[in-house]
Design a protein around this ligand. Sequence first.
Ligand code: FES
Ligand SMILES: [Fe+2]
Length: 365
Amino acid sequence: MPSPDASINKSLESRYFTDATVFEEETRKIFHDRWLYLDRSSAIENPGDYTAVELEGQGLILTRDREEQEKVYYNMCRHRGTRILDQASGHCSKVIRCPYHAWSYALDGSLVGAPHMEETEGFKKEDYPLISPAHATWEGSVFVHLGDDPEPFEESYAPILTKFAPWHIGELKTVHREVYEVAANWKLIVQNYSECYHCPSVHPELQPLSHYRATSNDLEEGPFLGGPMRITQEGGGLSRGGKRTAPPLPGLTEENLQQAYYYLLFPTLLVSLQPDFVLMHQLQRVSANHTRIICQWLYHPQAIDGENFDPQPTIEFWDNVNREDWRVSELTQKGIAGRTYTPGPYSNLESMLVAFDREYLKAMA
Ligand code: FES
Ligand SMILES: [Fe+2]
């Protein structure tokens, strides 16, 4: 006889959170087969500025060339493979130079200097430019695709290409950035983000500002999931003290002003749209039980330039919420790694987790 709870959706089996083989399988089937957020375009304002990002075991350079175009390269010298830039960010005034034998590359990726290689018969500089993965810029963020045969970004993101337009995310600037090292599988972070069932017990400060049941979803299936939660106080915001820390973002409708919208962009980008700012979390997988999370607080330049601009109450509030979330995610990782864990039943408040698991298992099939 089937068990009485056979119809209940349950959490994933433990190997999905703990097993190094599953982690490797995810690399191939998901992370080298999807568009991944790399960095904000505003992180490199001027030609020659760069950020060097470790993503999915690949070193990547994001830079801006003389034509002001964003460029992405593998951070690997074409001579003998050396990692070229080893600072997280900086500026290359003329060329990107390898520290080993001083091969140098122009900002457009072409090899322009290779000492003594003219003595090597048959060697042509044009055969050895920096290697560039497919990349695209959307809403002020640069995305890369590390696979061999990428679907065009506009096709992958077609369902939400214009959905966030009212928030003008492309114009927003990062006022604060926090990096967290979390001892939990990336999916536990995504799952934690995708429900507020935990909010009354985990986030006492959030509860009075946005009730955990005042939520709905407008993207319920597929790689983009989430929806709005009501902000309780008329004209309020999600910050320490419950006030907005900037005027509403230009372009928002009346309806947007009393809502905070939370979306997962599969696999690892979390976008939280607030009336006065936008919060972005990028999850970087490190291992099956370790995730690096980069959180950015984005505000409109007009607000930043405004008199008495002080985002601190918002920064502190969300930093605290983040840490509360990471803590329970780490506790979950610990429990799942034990020998007694079996998949447990999801509540009705966890429908987004069911949808995420479905999307995830489909990708892993
Ligand atoms: S490895 Fe880069 S110049 Fe030799
Ligand atoms: Fe939370």
